[in-house]
Design a protein around this ligand. Structure first.
Ligand SMILES: Cc1ncc(COP(=O)(O)O)c(C=O)c1O
Length: 371
């Protein structure tokens, strides 16, 4: 199996722990185990828990809590995974055959760009339009999603734009997929990380062609325990479980325990509120920073998530610009090229104020030489 390099993840894993300022992140600063103990995690019980294998598709107790988030689902509609990335991977492995077509929006988290290629499936893309508040380009969408399209991958809220699809756009996407016989894979890992404007609507329940993936990494602020999940039609979940048996068997037992605490209804709301508070506190900092560059950069206010897509007005390729920022300022930023949109930078704002302020100052030191 030939698999292309996942450019953004590789850049991050190479540099994120070596630079002074990592502004390439996409979630809020993570909560600690102590924070979760304050929310009811029983550390003492964890000390006495035999570290055996856990239930490989997620403990019943965790799946029961997840079912409550997805009306109409049962524990057999849910597979617990090692992060949202494994969830996405399992869905692609279960559905795509050589010669199949898959569609995805751009810009996007590019995991399901490389995976289909490794499965010898062909990827077709359509753009989200920055000039139309990131609404899909409907002509391109209809050319990309056809009766040959097995799977459509969306991230909603979207990584990297932080945009959220309107109800009308969601209905239009689902209607098209019903007509073409396409499965919609909605990656909702940023659902709950809205700055304002209410909770993002889930695709779950809009059609029996919908599969949702999500996890603890972004809106919950707990990426380190590596818990994600798939919610979908029972036969597909059955196939994903079989793939899972071969891949990692199942999630880590301690992580399943942490997840049971995190997704309990009160705790989930507490964690979402923590995320929203961090984002709300930091947004003015990055807005002020962006305003200082006048016409050189265009700031796109995100609706959700801990990153912004900033357009810069220069011919310099985003890879070169980010390389300069890394080398000259020891600061890591995601080039637009790595998320499918040239001429942009993806900049994180989910950390501590003083960290974000200094990281932005360093990025600005290079950007200001472009003017
Ligand atoms: C849209 C999206 N899906 C999945 C992932 C991976 O999530 P996880 O850490 O839960 O594997 C990311 C990480 O940035 C993401 O942005």
């Amino acid at each position: 199996m030939r698999i292309p390099v996942f450019e953004m993840e590789r850049m991050q894993s190479t540099w994120e722990n070596l630079v002074d300022y990592d502004m390439s992140e996409s979630g809020v600063r993570p909560i600690t185990l102590r924070g979760l103990v304050e929310m009811g995690l029983d550390l003492d019980a964890a000390l006495d828990m035999p570290l055996g294998y856990s239930q490989s598709n997620g403990t019943l107790a965790l799946r029961e809590r997840l079912v409550a988030l997805y009306p109409g689902s049962t524990v057999d509609h849910v597979e617990v995974t090692n992060g949202t990335s494994e969830a996405n991977y399992l869905v692609a492995l279960s559905l795509l055959q050589p010669g199949d077509e898959m569609a995805m929006e751009l810009p996007n988290y590019m995991q399901l760009w490389g995976v289909p290629e490794s499965l010898q499936a062909k990827v077709r893309t359509f753009r989200l339009r920055p000039d139309r508040q990131w609404e899909p380009d409907w002509d391109e969408f209809e050319q990309a999603v056809t009766p040959r399209t097995r799977l459509l991958y969306l991230s909603n809220p979207n990584n990297p734009s932080g945009a959220v699809l309107s109800d009308d756009a969601m209905r239009r996407i689902v209607a098209r997929c019903e007509a073409t016989g396409t499965i919609v894979l909605a990656d909702e890992v940023y659902l709950g990380a809205e700055l304002d404007g209410g909770r993002t609507r889930s695709f779950w329940g809009m059609s029996d062609r919908v599969v949702v993936t999500s996890g603890l990494s972004k809106a919950y602020g707990i990426p380190g325990v590596r818990i994600g999940w798939i919610v979908g039609p029972k036969p597909l979940i059955g196939t994903c479980w079989s793939q899972h048996d071969y891949l990692t068997i199942g999630p880590n037992k301690l992580s399943d325990m942490v997840a049971r605490v995190a997704v309990a209804p009160d705790n989930r709301e507490t964690l979402y509120a923590r995320t929203r508070a961090i984002l709300g506190e930091n947004l003015p900092t990055i807005e002020r920073w962006a305003a200082g560059f006048g016409r050189l950069i265009e700031f796109n206010r995100p609706r959700a998530g801990a990153m912004t897509l900033v357009r810069y007005r220069s011919e310099v390729p985003s890879l070169d610009l980010c390389e300069r920022i890394r080398v000259e300022q020891s600061t890591l930023v995601v080039p637009g090229r790595h998320v499918g949109l040239e001429g942009y930078l993806r900049i994180w704002y989910g950390g501590r104020q003083e960290y974000i302020t200094e990281g932005l100052r360093r990025i600005g030191a290079v950007l200001s030489t472009l003017g």
